[in-house]
Design a binder for this molecule. Structure first.
Ligand code: PEP
Length: 261
């Protein structure tokens, strides 16, 4: 049985300039230190805007903070005439461990499809980054096809092109739950995360399925995180809005201490 270290990941989206990012990371560090948080028990990662990454990197490295960090997106290309884009090589050189790919806001705002998500995932792997591959259904999909069909299909398309030993994280994020305050039920999150793990087993093999962390994202807060983490196939959370409040995010990270009825 592979031990999957839970991952609590904060997607800051387009929030915090570089000065605020430094203050946030420092405050998160002392809040978790005071609470005697164990990084060995729960991994914490933050995903700042590109313009903050250097500041976050130097703060984390200078104070030897046990946080990982990553980009919110990357280009499928390595370099060249792609104005405004950021390559995986640049992110890797800044010490990023992770990169979010295929977030529903990128799929919606930038018309990213599964082919582009696949190309970006391959670029991440090429540069030694761990892609956090986001999949999820809209409310219309949910009504028409149920919860699993769309995210499973999205993931299958990406996985089909990956090397069998690819190190990935998968985030199940129902689009209707993102930023809406209406989270999925833990049972629904479990059902879809289990279906996603089954696809990983089918395409990349049982060992990969056992080792890969599958996160839930969508209106995660300190009051509901423990109920998701109780589910067998939920290995962490991708947190948007609640990751912008240090106290709230620190409480989410400390979910093992929560008592649930
Ligand atoms: C997200 O943007 O990935 C997300 C899950 O947002 P929120 O937690 O605000 O729903």
């Amino acid at each position: 049985m592979v031990d999957r270290r839970p991952l609590i990941a904060g997607n800051w989206k387009m929030n915090f300039d570089h000065l605020r990012s430094i203050a946030f990371v420092q405050k998160l560090a002392w809040t978790l230190k005071d609470a005697k948080h164990s990084a060995a028990a729960v991994e914490v990662a933050v995903f700042p805007p590109f313009t903050d990454i250097r500041s976050v990197q130097t703060t984390i490295e200078a104070d030897r903070l046990e946080f990982a960090f990553g980009g919110q997106d990357l280009s499928p290309f390595d370099s060249g005439a792609h104005t405004g884009d950021i390559s995986g090589e640049f992110l890797a050189k800044l010490g990023c461990r992770y990169v979010i790919i295929g977030h529903s806001e990128r799929r919606q705002d930038h018309h990213e499809d599964d082919a582009l998500v696949t190309a970006k995932t391959l670029a991440a792997i090429k540069h030694g980054l761990v892609p956090v591959i986001c999949v999820g259904e809209t409310s219309e999909d949910l009504e028409k096809f149920g919860a699993s069909a769309v995210p499973v299909g999205q993931l299958r398309t990406v996985l089909a092109e990956l090397p069998k030993d690819a190190d990935i994280v998968v985030a199940y994020e129902p689009v209707w739950a993102i930023g809406s305050g209406q989270a999925a039920t833990p049972a629904q999150a479990q059902e879809v995360c289990a279906a996603l793990r089954a696809v990983i087993a089918e395409v990349l093999g049982d060992d990969a399925a056992a080792a890969t962390r599958v996160l839930y994202g969508g209106s995660v807060k300190s009051i509901n995180i423990a109920s998701f983490m109780r589910e067998k196939d939920v290995d962490g959370a991708l947190v948007g809005g609640a990751s912008l409040d240090v106290e709230e995010f620190a409480k989410i990270v400390q979910f093992p201490k929560h008592v649930i009825a």
